[in-house]
Design a protein around this ligand. Structure first.
Ligand SMILES: Nc1ncnc2c1ncn2[C@@H]1O[C@H](COP(=O)(O)OP(=O)(O)OP(=O)(O)O)[C@@H](O)[C@H]1O
Ligand SMILES: [Mg+2]
Length: 629
């Protein structure tokens, strides 16, 4: 097993301090009120044990009948008070615990949404959901116990010890003589519990991830007969959770058990020493009973306090996981003094020597390109050549390692994130809808859209065409991730969103790829109308859709390898011409060779890749690079 690393930011002490500072401090008023109730409840036990002395010495031994009433009355009063204070104190603590844990959930979500997109590629949604829901609730369920324990039980213990010491401090010392023996084992157990709980929370996150993936991927699972494979993976995670839970519970139970043993030693000592004192006549039976009751009553709070040491470790493990998330800092943020982007300014998009890599995988290699304002620029290139990545650079979903990106000469880094993203409408390959009605999906929280404008957008995006087939028209729920709609319908909804957004820049990433040829033609026409006068970047695999673009940029492996109009590129005979010929199944041979005959002709992609020498599989590999996903 790897040795756990001790990070000073996540020790029990710092976690407690942060929790106090960030969440508990603001509830100080209610805590004080709860504390008063806890003090009342805690001290009642001390008073009870104290009352046993007059009970024995005045009532039983001296036979004072009058004392029966007031001693009995005081004891009844104590229990009555305990009943009331207990309810008050519990209600207040639940209020504090609920408010803080839900506050933590909102803060965490708020924080997570600010983090870079790359963070979400490294942390699966299931695991993050487990942190937002699971870990905050663990913390909440535990700190009520910790706070009430510390409040009520420490008070009880102090008062009871006070009673014990007031009767005989030597007896009191004898009673706690074994306590130092606890220090080391409790310390070791605490670390053990923390480690096991960490493993358990980690496995719980894996469980959520698995469930999330299973439910999202239910159709591929069914089609590939993966049910038993998924069950096997799930079962092994569950086994790990059970094992870690059992070990944690055993560790937690061991602390109060050790207190039992140590208390046994104390009782034994007190009986020996106290017994001799009574026989010698130095102490009364009432004093001994009072002392003995105080010790017995101290037993429960002591066990509970011991258990808190373990419970706190459970909370600390979750707190650590939460604070590790809070300590993630977004790198893509608005500048402190953002430049205002004046309305109607130039929106020419320029990328200059932009380099970007995912970890060690280079995606853009000194890419430079310009998309003229108000014109349509198309990006074509093999699957994986970095086209969508360019859209992500423009909208600052990712941050290039070097190079500059400007809009109308203004570096995008100088604009506020909201202002920058507000300039773009993006329609992507995988138009994602939310589990809300179509209307909500199109309006996206805007209330300033008139019914007429909405209808125009629906007509233009050809959403109207399928609305009457839906049970409730525009008020039909889209289903989880828009699953009640077909891929093509989802894309049309996304296009309607873009039309309503009415932004100066349009980014269309395979915006019509899921449409049939007929719908594509109409939607294409709508998009062309929409892009009039806007700076538009279009990514398309189907070249028929971009022939009329003002400029076509050809990309290959993160480089721009060619650019020009459709006619210029065709005439140039480079990679674009080859692609065009493949797509339109023109078999006219280039230079007298048949391009589909790899041995005698072969396809010259115009690129100096080392593997372009004719081989029997060349056509397949070429086609795969261009069309394969
Ligand atoms: N999150 C990621 N982590 C690692 N690599 C990634 C990630 N996203 C994309 N890539 C890689 O970046 C490269 C470019 O991806 P990009 O999405 O820009 O391609 P594309 O040109 O849009 O392809 P397509 O035509 O298939 O949509 C690909 O090789 C891909 O493997
Ligand atoms: Mg793409």
């Amino acid at each position: 097993m790897t040795k756990p690393q001790i990070d000073q930011r996540y020790t029990s002490r710092t976690l407690m301090a942060r929790l106090w500072h960030d969440y508990l401090k603001s509830h100080i008023g209610w805590m004080l009120i709860a504390f008063v109730f806890m003090v009342m409840e805690g001290s009642s036990l001390g008073i009870l044990s104290y009352m046993l002395q007059p009970m024995f010495d005045n009532v039983f031994v001296a036979g004072d009948a009058g004392a029966i009433w007031w001693v009995g009355g005081v004891i009844f009063g104590l229990f009555f008070m305990r009943g009331i204070t207990n309810v008050c104190q519990k209600t207040i603590l639940t209020r504090i615990a609920q408010k803080t844990s839900t506050q933590m959930q909102t803060d965490l979500l708020d924080h997570l949404m600010r983090l870079d997109s790359v963070f979400f590629q490294k942390n699966p949604p299931g695991a993050l959901m487990e942190r937002v829901q699971g870990d905050t609730v663990v913390v909440q369920s535990v700190w009520a116990v910790v706070i009430s324990g510390v409040g009520r039980d420490i008070v009880s213990l102090v008062v009871l010890m006070g009673v014990a010491v007031s009767i005989d401090w030597v007896w009191a010392m004898v009673a706690i003589v074994g306590a130092p023996l606890l220090v080391l084992p409790v310390y070791i157990l605490q670390r053990y519990i923390r480690r096991k709980t960490n493993q358990m929370r980690q496995s719980a996150a894996e469980r959520s991830t698995r469930l999330d993936e299973v439910f999202h991927g239910i159709n591929p699972i069914k089609l590939n007969l993966l049910e038993s494979y998924q069950m096997g993976r799930f079962a092994s995670i569950i086994d790990r959770i059970v094992l870690a839970e059992i070990k944690t519970a055993a560790g937690r139970a061991m602390i109060p058990s050790m207190i039992d043993i140590i208390t046994g030693i104390g009782f034994f000592g007190v009986l020996i020493v106290g017994g001799h004192d009574i026989i010698a006549g130095d102490k009364t039976i009432g004093q001994f009973m009072s002392f003995f009751t105080a010790m017995t009553l101290a037993f429960q709070p002591m066990r509970r306090l011991g258990a808190i040491a373990g419970i706190w470790q459970v909370a600390a493990a979750s707190l650590e996981r939460l604070y590790r998330l809070f300590d993630e800092v977004p790198t893509i943020t608005s500048p402190s003094n953002p430049v205002r982007f004046a309305k109607d300014s130039d929106t020419t998009l320029v990328l200059k020597d932009v380099t970007f890599a995912y970890d060690d995988t280079p995606v853009l290699n000194a890419t430079s390109l310009t998309a003229e304002a108000g014109k349509t620029t198309a990006l074509v290139g093999a699957s994986g050549s970095g086209k969508s990545t360019i859209f992500n650079v423009l909208t600052r979903l990712i941050e290039p390692a070097s190079g500059s990106t400007t809009i109308g000469g203004t570096p995008i880094k100088d604009l506020g994130l909201a202002e920058l993203r507000g300039l773009f409408s993006v329609v992507t390959q995988d138009a994602l809808l939310f589990d809300e009605t179509l209307r909500e999906n199109i309006l996206l929280g805007r209330s300033d859209v008139s019914e007429a404008a909405l209808k125009d957008a629906l007509d233009a995006a050809h959403v109207t065409d399928f609305l009457d087939k839906l049970p409730d028209g525009l008020d039909t729920p889209a289903g989880p991730r828009g699953s009640n709609l077909s891929g093509g319908q989802r894309q049309r909804v996304a296009i309607a969103r873009a039309i309503l957004r009415d932004t100066p820049i349009l980014l269309l990433d395979e915006a019509t790829s899921a449409l049939d040829a007929q719908s594509e033609a109409v939607v294409q026409e709508a998009l062309e109308r929409l892009s009039k006068g806007r700076t538009t970047l279009v990514i398309a695999h189907r070249l028929s859709t971009i022939q009329s673009a003002d400029k076509i940029i050809v990309m290959d492996r993160g480089h721009v390898v060619d650019q020009g109009t459709h006619d210029e590129l065709l005439a140039g005979g480079g990679i674009y011409a080859e692609l065009h010929r493949l797509q339109f199944k023109e078999n006219a041979p280039i230079g007298g060779k048949n391009p589909l005959d790899p041995v005698n002709g072969g396809i010259n992609t115009g690129l100096a890749h080392p593997d372009t020498s004719p081989k029997p599989s060349l056509f397949n590999r070429f086609a795969q690079r261009w069309f394969g996903r």
